[in-house]
Ligand binder design. Sequence first.
Ligand code: XMP
Length: 509
Amino acid sequence: TVLILDFGGQYTHLIARRVRELGVYSEIMPGESSVDDVLARRPGALVLSGGPRSVFDPEAPRPDPRILEAGLPILGICYGHQLIAHIMGGAVHRSPRAEYGRTRIHVTGESALMDGVPREFSAWMSHGDVVSKLPEGFSATAVSESGLIAAAESPGRRIYSVQFHPEVAHTEHGREILRNFLFRAAGLSGGWNPGSRIPAMVEYVSREIGPEGRALCAVSGGVDSMTAAVIAHRAIGDRLHVVFVDHGLLREGEVEGVLRALDGVGIRNVHFVDASDRFLSALSGVADPEEKRLIIGRLFAEVFEDVASGISGIGYLVQGTIYPDRIESGASGRGSDRIKSHHNVAGLPEKFGLRVVEPLRDLYKDEVRAVARELGLPESVVGRHPFPGPGLAVRIEGDVTREKLAIARRANAIVEEEFVRAGLYGAVWQAFAAVMDSTWVGVKGDRRELGRVVIVRAVTSEDGMTADWFRIPHDLLATISKRISEEVPGVVMVAYAATSKPPSTIEPC
Ligand code: XMP
């Protein structure tokens, strides 16, 4: 395991993901963890992350200094690079020339870290302070175009540091530099892959729930909740009860697909509830986006409660919470995690006295997909784009009527089908259609006919937090537009959304 000590850097999760992609399991811990807590995890190496503070700031987080003397291989990145210099007797200064963005780096020395890396490359920088003097026993191995120390090391102590960010995609050869650290400098062996965590996850669920315990798991059709259910099923078999609520706002074919997938992996205790009438009547006449979400969330909890109270002896709730869902400070400490409201059942554990079990708590999204494939879940679940909990309601402007819902369902299916056919489904984060309240004058035969506007949106994104609108090939857009306007009754205009996030969000409501 590589432990990443987090000092609040915006790329900390990215470091963890990159290390795992290179085949070494990694976890994030608070930067100020004690040396005992760190060593108790038996790490093979440490990474000190970046962070927003200056080492001179009295509030700035600092590692336990004994960590630097524990003999572990260490890589400091950005703030971590400055911390090493500051703590070990070098000097850090506020720089007259802050470096932000792409910067040229010149490799000036021999270094295991720079093995196979060209003598000059571009790297991503984001810092105001600089290391102006290295601690004793350290040498600089690279400088930036403005002559500042960009990389330093004390190979005897196996301590390395870089001012730039090797984990971001804008840094050329960043991957090689991280690989060099892991395998050359730290001498670790790779070979870890997400599937290798399956036994540990199954074991964790068995241990948490015990030999007699019974658990509930709400699935939405999304890959996280389905994977959590399969892991839990492996652990406790038919003591797992899966609840699947159809709120009437699911995608075309989704209900059948999810039921088939559950059946396919042998989950027998499935409580399927068709609550669509109830949801649609509660939503009738409600136009405000936030109000729609609240109604759906509240009703979902009610329906779930109804089902749950009909099953006796339940003590646990299995949830598909994944690593990035766990909040910042909690991301690292066990036990003290705050959890994002997930799958609309956030309030239930307290109400029913259920203990929450989260088998995927240490995995990233793409790792969950890899695990899901290995567990035998079908591609329709594993590879499907993220879909919001409140379903198609967030893709319908204004009130949710059966008319608009039918348009949304069919138009979304067409967009998906055509992206798949064009081989571009996997190239985007999401591709969907939204139904507007606005109308457009159409002409069908010789008749004037008012029809609806459907907006097609496709975005690329790493995590949904920011997104770029997808430069959709015109042929693909033409096919989608033609099919929606011809095959979906009531639609007269198809438009394409060409705004990124920010300033727009991804979903319209
Ligand atoms: P926005 O629209 O906020 O969406 O840019 C960012 C990402 O989150 C998804 N999303 C949701 N997911 N419950 C969810 O589970 C929700 O209420 C919800 N709203 C948005 C959205 O699809 C996008 O991927």
